[in-house]
Design a protein around this ligand. Structure first.
Ligand SMILES: NC(=O)c1ccc[n+]([C@@H]2O[C@H](COP(=O)([O-])OP(=O)(O)OC[C@H]3O[C@@H](n4cnc5c(N)ncnc54)[C@H](OP(=O)(O)O)[C@@H]3O)[C@@H](O)[C@H]2O)c1
Length: 251
């Protein structure tokens, strides 16, 4: 069975490994972050490598979830085999930088939401197309392959959108709860509304603008809320925020 080494066993690795349960791989975990690695090892029986280099030596392929700020430097201290597939999910590490630090190995980059991947519904982006990593990521949600790195980097801002959307949903649920709804009803109402509308976008074969028009009664409450939000610059603020994130991860 193919062995996939997880370099960096923190939040993302734990979520991915949850989603990957039952997938046809053997997993090997890096030793640092000992508590999380030990928990995963106890929960799922995954083996812990003796060192990062031991992990690289014993893995057919390596999934990198090291801290974004220091991960590339950490990789540069390891020796990889020619053609060994290495997929980095580190925000802000581009393909050229990854290829530079892993030497003869085969670089690919990805981004995913994390939590939703534990439930196998989180979309991943991948660059460039790579059959091994495409099959691997397909176990935890749908995949979008981006042809150019510029497209990938722009798309990778969705990692921030994903996390921020959870805060947005929590904020909305708080409003409904403050109006007297039971918190679990507020939470289910917000999440169910967004999931329902997301399903419409995924399933309807109509332009987005038509769908948006279709849910907006002239003079109705949707328009009232939209006009209010636009008056505050709230929708444009999402674009401005994504621009700022893109600038940071493009650096
Ligand atoms: N969280 C997400 O949902 C998510 C989604 C997409 C992408 N990402 C990306 O995934 C990466 C990890 O994020 P995270 O949220 O999982 O961070 P995290 O929870 O801080 O996990 C990082 C792990 O890497 C370990 N580590 C640090 N230096 C190491 C080294 N030299 N060798 C081996 N392990 C080392 C840390 O151990 P210590 O605790 O001992 O320092 C920690 O366990 C980031 O680059 C982030 O951009 C995260």
């Amino acid at each position: 069975m193919t062995t996939v080494g997880f370099l960096g066993v923190g939040g993302l690795a734990g979520l991915m490994l949850r989603g990957l349960q039952g997938a046809p791989y053997r997993f090997l975990l890096s030793p640092r972050g000992a508590e999380a690695a030990a928990r995963l090892s106890a929960d799922f029986g995954y083996e812990i490598a003796a060192s990062n280099q031991d992990l690289v030596d014993r893995s057919d392929a390596i999934f990198v979830a090291l801290p974004a700020a220091t991960g590339a430097e950490d990789l540069s201290r390891l020796t990889f085999r020619p053609g060994q597939p290495v997929l980095s999910a580190m925000a802000g590490t581009g393909l050229a930088r990854l290829a530079e630090v892993i030497g003869p190995a085969k670089a690919a980059i990805a981004m995913m939401p994390g939590y939703a991947n534990a439930y196998r519904v989180g979309p991943s982006i991948l660059h460039p197309q790579d059959d091994f990593w495409h099959a691997f990521l397909a176990h935890v949600g749908p995949i979008h392959v981006l042809d150019t790195e510029a497209q990938f980097t722009a798309a990778a801002t969705f990692g921030a959108l994903s996390g921020a959307s959870v805060w947005w949903m929590a904020h909305l649920a708080d409003w409904f709860a403050a109006k007297g709804l039971p918190p679990e009803t507020a939470r289910a109402l917000v999440a169910g509304t967004l999931r329902g509308n997301a399903e419409v976008l995924l399933q309807e074969d109509r332009p987005l603008a038509d769908i948006a028009k279709g849910v907006t009664t002239p003079g109705g409450i949707t328009l009232q809320l939209l006009d209010f939000l636009n008056g505050k610059g709230a929708l444009n603020a999402w674009h401005d925020g994504l621009d700022a994130v893109l600038k940071r991860i493009s650096a």
